[in-house]
Design a protein around this ligand. Structure first.
Ligand SMILES: Nc1ncnc2c1ncn2[C@@H]1O[C@H](COP(=O)(O)OP(=O)(O)O)[C@@H](O)[C@H]1O
Ligand SMILES: [Mg+2]
Length: 410
């Protein structure tokens, strides 16, 4: 483990000390907020990201390792750090860090989400079992363990089904299956890896997300949004990613916020931030799809901040620090505007977004081979109108051809 000391001033008394695990470059606002609250901030990242644009003025010491998930190396490294440093809280910045953070907390006896609860937020089978056992509506599913159970499931629940990795999504992806034979063939191919998958009913419908801030078992802030379907003119599997927050008093938003409370209670979420996804089928029934104990990806945090003024990274920092200091946490003032995001992969290295100049544009993505924007307005119709327009324009101006993704779209 290497380390780079930013400042060498002595700390008179023990300050609240936060160790952030960042196996990917993100969470700048989290680190800045911790520093603004007067914490000592340590960042442990991968060697690959040691020169990334981290907010160095907010980081007291930065550490890096070739890999941050290999055990027992990580435990050795953090325990070694702790010989001369105290750590009050460990916070994962990326989804992959969520599990290792829990593993470290358990070993080092640091408060926060432990291994039992973290399973509910990382393992799609654990999410399903826990939610169902607590009476939450989920797509019917079966573990890939006992073959009699699998046969019984496929007899009982008509195809199509989806076979998904329980946590390591990147390696294999989600497969839509139409017949029993397809499942057996797939399992044959997977061999010993098959138990790391879950089989479930494919529920066609609209996909929503609810992003929340939770403090002492209570959802204090939750905003419901809906992903848009790829525009009809887009034929490839890639498409343009779009989402916008729903009218606050719409029946969908009200139902989703209520459902989200039920899900967070069922999964035993105590405090922090969550991103949860839901499906609404043709009959108007809602299903819990999946959740994560972290800030949602794909710049949804920026979209939510544009709509509500709430920056989920900053609130997460405030929640963790308040808990470490045994203080009360209070939400900042919440705005009730509307925002939407449009993002796609771009064929140009640095796509030119200058032709997009509507006054509602509040943010543009600066990322190689990506085009992206966030708009904000007082009314949801205007946001929807702009997203519809940009969906079409992005498809012709920027969209790179993408090979068919391993994800079902309908
Ligand atoms: N049971 C299901 N029924 C219908 N669509 C599904 C189902 N499970 C997943 N999907 C689709 O696949 C996408 C990805 O699945 P998800 O469980 O959210 O995994 P991840 O986002 O980790 O890849 C969802 O947004 C949804 O569009
Ligand atoms: Mg998902």
């Amino acid at each position: 483990m290497s380390n780079q000391s930013q400042e060498s001033h002595a700390i008179p008394n023990h300050q609240t000390t936060i160790l952030a695990l960042g196996s990917y470059f993100k969470g700048t606002a989290f680190l800045q907020q911790c520093k603004e609250l007067g914490c000592t901030v340590y960042l442990l990242t991968k060697e690959k990201y040691k020169d990334a644009d981290w907010p160095r003025e907010s980081i007291d010491e930065m550490f890096w390792m070739p890999e941050t998930h290999v055990q027992p190396d990580l435990t050795y490294a953090v325990s070694y750090m702790m010989r001369t440093r105290k750590i009050d809280r460990i916070v994962p910045l990326d989804d992959y860090d969520v599990e290792v953070a829990a593993n470290l907390r358990e070993h080092l006896r640091i408060p926060g989400m432990g291994e039992t609860t973290v399973r509910h937020f990382r393992d799609k089978l654990a999410m399903r079992v826990q939610a169902r056992d607590e009476g939450v509506n989920v797509p019917d599913f079966s573990p890939v363990l006992n073959y009699d159970d699998l046969r019984e499931f496929m007899e009982r629940v008509p195809a199509p089904w989806v076979l998904k990795p329980r946590s390591e999504a990147a390696s294999f992806g989600i497969k839509k299956l139409n017949s029993q034979q397809e499942l057996w063939d797939k399992l044959n191919e997977l061999g010993d890896r098959q138990s790391y998958f879950v089989l479930e009913k494919f529920v066609p419908g609209d996909v929503f997300h609810v992003d929340s801030v939770i403090w002492e078992d209570e959802v204090l802030f939750a905003i419901a949004s809906g992903y848009a379907k790829p525009p009809l003119s887009v034929v490839s599997g890639g498409g343009v990613f779009r989402s916008r927050n729903l009218p606050y008093d719409s029946s969908d938003a009200i139902a989703l916020r209520e459902f989200n409370v039920q899900v967070m209670n069922a999964l035993r979420m105590k405090r922090g931030v969550t991103h949860a996804e839901y499906i609404k089928d043709a009959d108007g029934k809602y299903y819990f799809l999946e959740t994560a104990a972290r800030v949602g990806g794909a710049n949804l945090a920026e979209m939510i901040e544009a709509a509500s003024g709430v920056n989920l990274w900053r609130e997460w920092a405030r929640v963790e620090v308040a808990n470490a200091r045994k203080e009360e946490y209070h939400l900042p003032p919440v705005r009730h505007d509307y925002a939407g995001i449009t993002v796609c992969l771009a064929k140009q290295e640095w796509p030119d977004l200058s032709a997009y100049n509507d006054p509602e544009i509040v943010w543009k993505l600066k990322k190689e081979h990506h085009a992206g924007m966030i708009v904000r307005a007082k009314n949801p119709e205007r946001v929807q109108e702009l997203l519809n327009e940009y969906g079409e324009r992005f498809a012709t101006d920027f969209m790179a051809f993408m090979p068919q993704l391993d994800k079902p779209n309908d």
